[in-house]
Design a protein around this ligand. Structure first.
Ligand code: C5P
Length: 402
């Protein structure tokens, strides 16, 4: 793996991370920025790592070190990641060997930020972190505690033991889903009233994209059926659809050969019975739009499912104190749809669900699974959903053994 070190005071802790990684058997290639070498000695890291420290795109005998490092890595960890490094990475600026290596890789990347609280909370850094997360970069949140200069607050590098544990989790997941075909849906459907108007919903598709990216990272062959125009995750084939009917056709075709189906899309429950061929004119007065139910794609897939297929549904709910709980609604939906897993969220809660980069979910399973994922980024929620799917697939494989 590549251990990137950028220039913050917490760079001295990269030494311990390096030692722990090599002790655990990892082959570690350290890459330091120029500023990092002011905080920690190159010789120290070189002595602890498996390869000598690299610092520059140009000094080495090797003409293009970033592509070798980026392509050859199973994982890249950046400890610490400074505001500058995060900004350059988010903007795609490869101004040194470390940023060039980050752009030249398809391996998972774990970024461990460390900086003063004011910097961590600056809107530029907040947006850059959100951008990286949307692209599937794993971010290990800094902790609150003592900072350089005696200040106290959020921004302290995560504990080296936690960094190494997070790295181990990312590596353990590689190849877990190799040979598995998966279909994921994302976004909200649009049901046309006339050529310019539609009935839609607030789904952004981000959670579905994050799940598709996570499945692909773990080796699955992923087909994403989407209503939104986001950049496709690496290695994922995207089919763009608009209506529930189009989504049903695309999902049914792709599900025929898939072992996993994740219905993360917000599919309209009702659509206009008739679509006007031309724009309805304002002066004709408000039209009477008569609605009819859409096909329930998830329920249909579950009715026709093969025994080896794992089918995941979503439940976007709005919870009120006097009404049923999220767990009760999830259990009812699990039963009604016949799914293996339901991922439920309270979309009325702050930072949860539609359009946000974060989410908080309850995952319930037919096998009794009940797993709460507290508010975190959608990549982490995707990892929890894919963990639950992986568990079911591996349980089935065990049962299939003679
Ligand atoms: O029935 P409800 O819309 O609450 O269920 C949500 C789940 O069902 C989601 O997984 C969604 O993708 C799926 N669904 C579907 N077809 C519909 C409506 C919802 O597959 N027509």
């Amino acid at each position: 793996m590549v251990l990137g070190v950028s220039g913050g005071i917490a760079a001295y802790k990269a030494v311990e991370v390096c030692r722990r990684l090599t002790d655990a058997g990892a082959v570690v290639s350290p890459v330091m920025t120029a500023a990092a070498t002011r905080f920690v000695g190159e010789t120290t890291l070189s002595a602890l790592a498996s390869e000598p420290v690299r610092r520059s795109l140009f000094d080495d005998a090797e003409p293009i070190p970033h592509t070798r490092l980026g392509q050859g890595a199973d994982l890249i960890i950046v400890v610490p990641a400074t505001a500058r490094l995060i900004g350059a990475y988010a903007a795609g600026i490869s101004s040194d060997l470390l940023t060039a290596t980050l752009l030249a890789t398809r391996a998972p990347v774990l970024v461990c930020p460390a900086m003063h609280t004011e910097m961590w909370e600056h809107p530029a850094v907040v947006e850059n972190i959100a951008t990286l997360r949307r692209r599937g970069v794993h971010v290990l949140e800094p902790a609150a505690g003592r900072l350089a200069g005696g200040d106290v607050g959020r921004g302290r590098l995560a504990d080296p033991a936690d960094i190494v544990a997070a790295a181990a989790r990312l590596l353990d997941r590689r190849g877990e889903m190799a040979g598995v075909g998966a279909v994921v849906t994302a976004g909200g459907t649009r049901e046309p009233i006339d050529p310019v108007r539609f009935i839609g919903n607030r789904s952004s598709g981000k959670q579905g994209y994050a799940i598709a990216a996570e499945l692909a990272r773990r080796g699955a062959t992923v087909s994403l059926v989407s209503t939104v125009d986001l950049p496709p995750p690496p290695g994922v084939a995207v089919t763009v659809v608009e209506t529930a009917a189009e989504m049903e056709a695309a999902v049914t075709a792709a599900a025929a050969s898939a072992g996993v189906v994740v219905m993360a899309a917000a599919v309209a429950d009702f659509r206009p019975k008739a679509t006007a061929a031309t724009k309805i004119k304002k002066h004709d007065g408000p039209p009477d739009v008569v609605l009819e139910p859409t096909p329930d794609i998830l329920a249909g897939l579950c009715r026709r499912r093969r025994p080896d297929q794992v089918i995941v549904g979503f439940a976007a709910e709005t919870i009120v104190a006097e009404g049923p709980t999220l767990a009760e609604l999830a259990a009812t939906k699990l039963e009604a749809k016949g799914a293996d897993l339901i991922v439920a969220n309270d979309v009325a809660a702050p930072g949860v669900g539609f359009a946000h980069d974060t989410n908080a979910v309850l995952i319930v399973g037919r096998d009794g699974l009940r797993s709460n994922v507290d508010l975190t980024d959608k990549a982490q929620v995707a990892a929890a959903v894919v963990d639950a799917v992986t568990r079911l697939i591996h349980n089935q494989e065990e049962q299939d053994q003679p």
